[in-house]
Ligand binder design. Structure first.
Ligand code: R5P
Length: 292
């Protein structure tokens, strides 16, 4: 078994390869001055099970092109089996045609990945599971919230409560609530699609002397998380932990969260960042071992 750590997941790829006891195939990659991508697989993959670990965080389009180039090269080089791991799978928000004539981006990407020879794909906390229905190869969504929950448990929170900022994240809150043996609930969130403004309704609660973990799949602009933090802070929460699987952290997202009152931002290395406290390498390695 060989692991290719893609340009966007170099450290995660190396960590996962070690856990799998697999050899690493290095890459030569660069972006030409006019913006096109160059990829060279620096090793022999013929007849091997090759695992490409490559996240598709911003710049998503460049990351996707790099993935396509790696896949096609590995297929041409006669790999026996190709496993793709995209820890952050972009475009999963466009998992259906919301307005007539819209391209279903998740479908397009699935079709390209499998036409380029992928035999299976693993993703982590994909934004919408419907995006995986466009794959005809085995497609598995892994849940990193368990690892985030374990990290939160190690913090020994005071009388904790777990909150999902919207109903879409309630399953994540349930997972963490069960690990912390704490109650969990969700707020209601509405987004104005024209202005992108968020309206959030909390629940009436007295959170004095309680720590709060707010959990979500991703922090993008930070608006959702910051609003939820502000609500629980107004309700007297002691320490507030902002935990999400994918730290996109666009623009001043960190600033918004800290000024809203977050004690700590907790995330994973699906997107490498300074808040990637929790690694998903074990989650990926265990899933691959199980699928062999
Ligand atoms: C929404 O459905 C997602 O689960 C997140 O809540 C959202 O993407 C976070 O975005 P932002 O950080 O821009 O509010």
């Amino acid at each position: 078994m060989l692991v290719i750590p893609g340009p966007s997941s170099q450290i995660l790829g190396i960590k996962t390869a070690k856990l799998l006891d697999a050899d690493i195939i290095p890459l030569d990659f660069r972006t030409f001055p006019e913006g096109t991508s160059y990829i060279r697989i620096d090793g022999d993959v013929a007849g091997e099970h090759v695992i490409i670990i490559h996240s598709t965080y911003p710049n998503q389009n460049e990351r996707l092109m790099q993935l396509y180039l790696m896949l096609d090269a590995v297929k041409d080089m006669k790999a026996d089996k190709i496993t793709v791991v995209t820890p952050y799978f972009s475009y999963a928000r466009q998992h259906r045609r919301f307005k007539p004539g819209e391209a279903i981006s998740a479908k397009t990407i699935a079709e390209i990945i499998q036409s380029l020879g992928a035999n299976e794909i693993f993703v982590i906390n994909i934004h919408n599971m419907e995006a995986l229905t466009y794959f005809t190869i085995p497609a598995t969504n892994l849940d990193a919230m368990v690892d985030i929950g374990k990290y939160l448990k190690s913090l020994d929170l005071m009388d904790p409560i777990v909150i999902a900022p919207d109903d879409g994240a309630i399953k994540l809150a349930e997972t963490v609530g069960n690990i912390l043996d704490a109650p969990y609930l969700n707020f209601e969130k509405h987004r104005d699609f024209e202005t992108n403004a968020i309206v959030m309704e909390g629940k009436e609660m007295d959170l004095r002397d309680r720590d709060v973990a707010i959990v979500d799949d991703m922090i993008a602009t930070g608006g959702t998380m910051a609003e939820a933090i502000s609500i629980v802070k107004r309700q007297g929460a002691r320490k507030v932990y902002a935990a999400a699987v994918h730290p996109l952290l666009i623009g001043n997202a960190r600033f918004k969260l800290i000024t809203a009152g977050a004690e700590e931002i907790i995330s994973t290395d699906t997107i490498p960042s300074d808040v990637s406290t929790v690694s998903v390498s074990t989650l990926i390695a265990d899933a691959i071992k199980k699928s062999l």
